[in-house]
Design a protein around this ligand. Structure first.
Ligand code: IPE
Ligand code: IPE
Ligand code: MG
Length: 244
């Protein structure tokens, strides 16, 4: 409990394969994936984790068959609607990052309501990445920076790493210390490219619908056994730790 990450990001992958293994439709996998979200979010809140970002739908996922996309959107609307009381009960504040304008009207309405109704909660910050991709986010940030420079609000010579952070969708959140991807895929798939610069990466073969809070604890334990060096030597880190 002494070395918990403050921010955990998860690429929730493997719903389709989980369903196929059972001879079911992909949407059946997504439906069960919601159970995992519920369980893992509860686990994170119980531990006192401050931020959890879940990659729920990528910009690239819009290219899936229309029937899967609309099924996912319906599931999204339905889940948000049902989960708001639980979020409130557990003091969880919902946030969204991504190109929300792309979402169907019903999803936008549900989301807006859920964001509003949980806005005063002070426990876990649950950040849903929806219609999100990191390159989309970076392009957006660059456009806004360029506009602000043009309008004289920002001095181009003064642009720092912190300036860039402030223009990203994640401006209010710290970088994740730990990023988990399920389903045995070893890639980032356009997720938080800037923010994951120094995150510890954890990959597991478990498919997302089988992932539970116990699996989250395993990932955290693995993270806690690692030495984060940030470019320094192991000896420097040990000395720093000894000095407190
Ligand atoms: C992750 O599971 C959920 C979304 C991308 C929406 P997938 O649907 O990608 O499942 P696989 O990778 O095909 O098994
Ligand atoms: C990444 O999973 C996006 C989400 C989990 C929402 P994908 O299944 O879409 O990623 P790729 O296509 O295998 O890289
Ligand atoms: Mg996948």
């Amino acid at each position: 409990m002494q070395r918990l990450p403050s921010h955990i990001a998860i690429i929730m992958d493997g719903n389709g394969r989980w369903a196929r293994e059972k001879g079911e439709d992909r949407l059946y996998g997504h439906l069960h994936g919601v159970e995992s979200v519920r369980n893992v979010v509860e686990g994170a809140a119980e531990l006192g984790i401050k931020y959890m970002t879940l990659y729920a739908f990528s910009t690239e996922n819009w290219d899936r068959p229309e029937y899967e996309v609309s099924g996912l959107m319906e599931l999204l609307v339905d889940t948000i609607h049902k989960e708001v009381p639980t979020l409130n009960k557990n003091n969880i504040r919902l946030h969204v990052i991504g190109d929300i304008a792309m979402l169907p009207e019903a999803a936008k309405i549900e989301l807006k309501e859920a964001l509003n109704e949980t806005s005063t909660n002070t426990g876990l910050n649950l950040i849903m990445a929806l219609s999100y991709s990191s390159r989309w986010e970076i392009v957006n940030a660059v456009k806004k920076i360029a506009a602000d420079v043009k309008e004289g609000k920002l001095d181009a010579a003064a642009i720092s790493q912190d300036t860039i952070k402030q223009y990203l969708a994640t401006c209010n959140f710290p970088d994740p210390e730990l990023m988990i991807r399920t389903s045995g895929e070893y890639r980032i798939s356009n997720f938080l490219l800037y923010q994951l610069a120094y995150s510890e990466l954890y990959f597991t073969n478990t498919l997302w619908p089988d992932f539970r809070k116990e699996n989250l604890y395993e990932a955290i334990l693995d993270y806690q056994g690692r030495q984060r060096r940030f470019g320094k030597t192991g000896e420097q880190i040990k000395n720093e730790e000894a000095a407190g």
